[in-house]
Design a binder for this molecule. Structure first.
Ligand SMILES: [Zn+2]
Ligand SMILES: [Zn+2]
Length: 227
């Protein structure tokens, strides 16, 4: 009977026959930050306005590459290495992070993180629900994305954002009964925000201290584009 050799970890430094030492880059994540998965949606007045459209493709490529290198080409949220992700047909994706101040109407760019396709799909779960409705993603895969990421958050002691829980409900991952008062709470949260939020035209995207206007001057312009 053939016996399997036990797997040995790959050394980070190899001594070549010539005597030269070869240093291999690590494929392990430097950090995992599941908390990155808990994010509010970008408010409607700022839809379609982001650093990559404002600062251009060359800037976006540099920013994305730096984010990937910062964690040895591993997902910043779950730690999955890009080479394993690529086997599933996709590499790491750049995701812009923001700090949102509703009363002032400010969406401040904080930086870009590199995420695997599933973590990125979880953050943009509204889009994920739309993909399932349009049959561009299967319900089963969407359910797996939501469940595994909610479990990841739970293990790290984070509570998913309300809109993430709502998407999980809509996709049938959790039932509304599991979350008593969910709908009421979500509606109240939404109402609180719209009362305190700045008027449509006051919203600006802030990048390195500079302010940029939104793509849609009025709510009607937004509705024409998205509905
Ligand atoms: Zn990930
Ligand atoms: Zn993103």
């Amino acid at each position: 009977m053939m016996r399997m050799k036990p797997k040995r970890p790959l050394p980070m430094d190899l001594q070549l026959k010539s005597g030269r030492r070869l240093s291999l880059p690590s494929t392990e994540p430097v950090f995992c930050a599941p908390g990155l998965l808990v994010q509010p949606n970008v408010p409607k007045p700022m839809h379609g306005t982001n650093p990559r459209t404002v600062l251009g493709a060359a800037w976006w490529d540099r920013e994305r590459s730096a984010a990937k290198a910062a964690n040895n080409n591993c997902c910043h949220a779950c730690g999955l290495p890009a080479h394993r992700n690529q086997r599933a047909g996709c590499g790491l994706e750049g995701h812009e992070r923001y700090e949102i101040t509703y009363s002032a109407g400010r969406v401040k760019y904080l930086g870009t993180v590199a995420l695997c396709n599933w973590c990125h799909a979880f953050i943009h779960c509204g889009l994920l629900v739309m993909h399932v409705r349009n049959k561009t993603r299967t319900q089963l895969q969407a359910m797996r994305i939501m469940r595994t990421r909610i479990e990841l958050l739970h293990a790290a002691d984070f509570t998913p954002h309300m809109h993430e829980l709502m998407a999980a409900c809509e996709l049938g991952v959790i039932s509304a009964r599991e979350l008593p008062g969910l709908a009421v709470k979500a509606r109240r949260q939404e109402a609180d925000r719209s009362v305190s939020a700045a008027p449509w035209g006051a919203w600006r995207l802030e990048i390195q201290g500079k302010l940029y206007e939104g793509k849609f001057p009025t709510k009607q312009d937004w509705e024409r584009a998205y509905k």
